[in-house]
Design a protein around this ligand. Structure first.
Ligand SMILES: [Zn+2]
Length: 316
């Protein structure tokens, strides 16, 4: 028996204009949506229109000053909100609130609306954004906002974030580095931007051991990913017994991606998704919320998103 997946998408996320030549482009969403619409499992994709996140959920993760800085920078049409990589336009603040809102409402979908699996096909992405710094095309840290929301609103005690974007999720790591309630697991290329995510970075204080980094070398393929998953990540996640698993789903470890040097194929994202779903079935009632992070070759991104959703929509 196949399962429907709640997929959050809003056309206003297309209004976040990063300018010509920028890799984090509007077309990323349109090609991925077209691939899902044309897929054999299109009837299992239940499209949902997100509402903008309430400011209070943004400010649980980011400082009020930072949120205001982003809002004002966008409204003034400032081009960059960091040293020159994270671009915004007037509509970017609304797109960022929709991206965070989708993450929150996707949690509602799996916690109370009868879905087990949800995906946010939104932009801007989030995993590089820290408490008070935009970075790496990210404004608000969507996955962190969703994790905190799940802990606060649903009273969960253990949420796991699996971040397989090819870049280390430094923002998410920083936000939860001292937290005992969020297990942050990352598979990423190193050395590569943002040059963090060494395996000795494991958390601090009450969060000691709650950060698990698996840096992978230039040219790594699915075999190394599988080995890291089986030996380093899966045992930690199983021991933690997460009640909900969130995925920071970047697809820039694809071999065709222009921003990294990892050798995954679209089909590998099908398998990686199944690895996560398998653990979610054991302790989290199958609840998985995934959200788009990177992925910059349009054709590779569309195919990879399709494989990710194919795995989500499939029965066990
Ligand atoms: Zn990335």
């Amino acid at each position: 028996m196949a399962r429907p997946v709640a997929v959050y998408y809003h056309p206003d996320c297309l209004l976040h204009d990063t300018g010509p030549q920028h890799p984090e482009t509007v077309a990323r969403l349109t090609v991925a949506k077209a691939a899902l619409d044309a897929s054999r499992f299109a009837s299992l994709i239940h499209w949902q229109l997100p509402e903008p996140a309430e400011v209070r959920w943004i400010e649980r993760i980011h400082t009020a000053e930072y949120r205001q800085f982003i809002e004002e920078s966008c409204l003034r049409g400032k081009h960059f909100v960091d040293m020159g990589e994270t671009a915004v336009c007037q509509e970017s603040y609304r797109a960022a609130l929709l991206s965070a809102g989708a993450a929150i409402q996707a949690v509602d979908s799996v916690m109370q609306e009868g879905y087990q699996r949800a995906f946010c096909l939104t932009r801007p992405p989030g995993h590089h954004a820290s408490e008070e710094q935009a970075m790496g095309f990210c404004l608000f840290n969507n996955v962190a906002i969703a994790a905190n929301y799940a802990l606060e609103v649903y009273g969960l005690e253990r949420v796991c974030i699996v971040d397989w974007d090819v870049h280390h999720g430094n923002g998410t790591q920083d936000i939860f580095y001292g937290s005992p309630t969020v297990l942050f697991c990352s598979l990423h290329q190193l050395p590569l931007y943002p040059h963090t995510g060494e395996s000795h970075e494991t958390g601090t204080g009450a969060g000691k051991g709650m950060t698990v980094n698996c840096p992978l070398p230039f040219g790594a393929g699915i075999d190394l990913y599988h080995e890291s998953w089986e030996h380093d990540l899966a045992p930690e996640i199983r021991a933690f017994q997460p009640q909900l698993i969130l995925i920071s789903a970047g697809f820039d470890a694809h071999r065709e991606d222009p921003l990294a040097d990892i050798e995954l194929d679209a089909r590998d994202y099908y398998h990686m998704t199944r690895w996560v779903l398998e653990i979610a079935e054991e302790s989290a009632h199958g609840r998985v919320v995934s959200m788009l992070e990177g992925g910059y070759n349009l054709e590779a991104l569309a195919e990879s998103v399709k494989e990710h959703l194919r795995a989500m929509a499939e029965a066990d």
